[in-house]
Design a protein around this ligand. Structure first.
Ligand SMILES: Cc1cc2nc3c(=O)[nH]c(=O)nc-3n(C[C@H](O)[C@H](O)[C@H](O)COP(=O)(O)OP(=O)(O)OC[C@H]3O[C@@H](n4cnc5c(N)ncnc54)[C@H](O)[C@@H]3O)c2cc1C
Length: 428
């Protein structure tokens, strides 16, 4: 027996996108269904005694004026720390500043000259057709093969030829050779996350902030949408049958397509990221680094971050990120010994004693953006919009983006819906 419910706006998912959207709508005009027992999506936090862990570090870097103003009281509250990012690459047993391509002058003389020559050679040929070709064309063979390709292959767990040139958008640190040379002389090239905030309460603190503007009675946790009937404007979640005027989904785009029975040609693949959070009894050797990149294929992780350095605490508290293919069968316990062994190999764990740990799987984590999937996605979004369905967020819109981007997109759609001026078309 189903219980029928009617709402103007049905929001699927209470991650940052769904919550930010709801905060722009009138109380009573929406219903949020979230499959988990807790709101936040990937911005959730675990508390293990004195250790505070996220789904991998989730740091706040608000660059848009409007959002910086909106969240200023939260960001400047006592729980938040502000950091000037310090990140390194563990390259052939020593450390080089990140990004590699801007800091080749820190390599041995021979490797430096090799990279420098590569940076200037072979430019102006045919336009690159995919991500891997872009790496070769923009930075030359040595830089591409020493860091950019091995690192990104570990992260994405796919053939980089299959990714679009712009698969990482503004998150990829690009610069012209002349700027790189000026960088050697101290003229810094900015990247999107040069500074960032983080809360002593973890990423969940940001979700708490968003929840302040959401009508608690309109948020139903532990409710997974299983079916959507677009022609009837109905979604089904267990014994609930929700009749909506508009549906706004933040669940992964391919899942929405299959629920709506919308056929597609492009493949919408992604990687998985397995995260180990580890708390130790003693400080790390380097008390200033925020995270380190590992291109070496012999080390299982591609990145390790230091929560304790970010929060200015003593005991080493790490997040360790492992990129895996979409079809990998993952049993976290199979990876635990290897992670500890490789942390020792990398010199991060020495005489440290492990006090606490946990493990989470992010699936999907990094979506594989191809030129074909991007093109088709826009057409499919337009078709969905005709059926009063919008799809937003990192996974809803199947893209590489930050918390800030998700909030900005959700606000934009929310304001249009609230004003009643929503043209029934996909939001780009
Ligand atoms: C390894 C990694 C590190 C990152 N680090 C950062 C960082 O430092 N800073 C930053 O700004 N961003 C970071 N991000 C990006 C950030 O996680 C996302 O941009 C953001 O959390 C996405 O929010 P969302 O609401 O769009 O999606 P999600 O967080 O995925 O929320 C979607 C929600 O929908 C729910 N849902 C799904 N299907 C259903 C269903 N059928 N029925 C009901 N509910 C459903 C899910 O349970 C979930 O709660 C990182 C991402 C990754 C992968």
């Amino acid at each position: 027996m189903k219980t029928a419910v009617h709402t103007e706006n049905l929001i699927i998912g209470a991650g940052v996108s769904g919550l930010a959207l709801a905060s722009r709508l009138k109380a009573g005009s929406y219903l949020i269904l979230e499959k988990e027992r807790e709101a936040g999506g990937y911005c959730r936090t675990f508390y293990a005694g004195e250790f505070v862990w996220d789904y991998a570090g989730h740091f706040f870097h608000f660059s848009q004026q409007q959002l910086r103003r909106r969240f200023a009281p939260f960001l400047q509250s006592g729980d938040n720390v502000y950091n000037h990012k310090r990140t390194l690459i563990f390259y052939r047993g020593r450390y080089v500043d990140y990004p590699f391509q801007f800091n080749i002058c820190q390599l041995d003389k021979e490797e430096f000259i090799d990279c420098l020559c590569g940076l200037f050679e072979g430019r102006g040929g045919e336009a690159p057709a995919n991500f891997k070709e872009m790496l070769y064309a923009k930075f030359g063979v040595p830089i591409a093969e020493k860091f950019l390709i091995p690192y990104n292959e570990k992260l994405y767990s796919c053939d980089l030829n299959e990714l679009d040139i712009d698969a990482m958008g503004h998150f990829f640190p690009k610069a012209e050779p002349a700027e790189i040379i000026r960088h050697f002389r101290g003229e810094k090239i900015g990247t999107y996350n040069d500074t960032f905030f983080y809360s002593a309460k973890g990423a969940a603190a940001f979700v708490e902030e968003l929840l302040k503007e959401v009508d608690a009675g309109s948020l139903r946790l532990g409710r997974q949408v299983e079916r959507i009937l677009p022609d009837r404007q109905v979604a089904v979640a267990g014994d609930l049958e929700v009749h909506y005027r508009r549906l706004i989904s933040t669940m992964p785009f391919p899942r929405l397509l299959s629920m709506c029975g919308l056929p597609h040609r492009a493949s919408y693949t992604s990687n998985k990221v397995l995260i180990f959070n580890l708390g130790f009894d003693a400080p790390p050797e380097d008390r200033t680094v925020h995270w380190i990149y590992y291109p070496d294929p012999d080390l299982v992780f591609y990145r390790v971050g230091f929560y304790n350095n970010i929060l200015h605490r003593d005991k080493m508290s790490l997040y360790v990120e492992i990129g895996l293919p979409e079809d990998a069968r993952v049993r976290p316990e199979d990876w635990f010994d290897r992670v500890l062994c490789d942390l020792k190999k990398a010199g991060l764990v020495t005489a440290h004693k492990l006090l606490a740990w946990n493990c989470v799987l992010m699936d999907p984590a990094y979506v594989h953006i191809s030129a074909e999937s991007q093109r088709e996605k826009e057409q499919l979004k337009a078709r969905l919009a005709q059926e009063h369905i919008h799809t937003i967020g990192r996974y809803g819109d199947w893209k590489y983006c930050s918390i800030e981007d998700c909030v900005a997109q959700a606000y934009q759609l929310g304001e249009r819906l609230a004003a009643g001026s929503a043209r029934e078309e996909a939001i780009t």
